[in-house]
Design a protein around this ligand. Sequence first.
Ligand code: HEC
Length: 170
Amino acid sequence: MSKQDSQFFNIFSLVLGILIVIAILLFALARAVGRDTQNAHLLLDPKYVADVEKNLSTGRVAVAGRDNSGLDIVPAAGAIVAELTIPTDGIGVYEQVCGACHLNGIGGAPRSDDRAAWAPRLAQGKPTLYKHAIEGYTGKGGVMPAKGGRTDLPDDLVKAAVDYMVTKAQ
Ligand code: HEC
């Protein structure tokens, strides 16, 4: 390499280095500025707010003792609303409702075929199991919602479902 070449190379590297440092500084600056302003802008963006509002509208939770009428699901005009069919026997209820949790132990539910988990529960006696299934129950395992969340089911069907579940656990 000639002397001139190496001189050019040194200066070129220096300039390149300085440019890289500047680029990194700009990047850091942009991040710092963005941290304070970007998020606020994003969160206040009307379109974003409308989106969040829309998503929330399907997932609102009723609060006990308050007016929850705003949560009622109003079907759009002309929409065909499929009624949830009410099963006719314990097995049907189990398959349609209870199995969602009890088949595989979702959410801490005792699996229907887990005898060890059911033994102490069966020992409480059927009336208690019926009561817990119908009114809901929170134990160490988790939350058993009233009637498995299908409060439209008649008590007798829930009892039949308990009976069916119990036969699987024995
Ligand atoms: C969302 C999930 C879920 C659904 C759906 C569900 N259960 Fe449960 N169930 C649970 C959990 C969790 C427990 C355990 C509660 C505990 O002991 O911590 C439980 C416990 C029980 C128990 C035992 C209560 C006790 O006293 O030990 C019975 C009986 C029962 N469920 C019946 C039913 C029936 C009948 C249905 C359907 C109508 C049903 N469950 C649907 C989650 C569910």
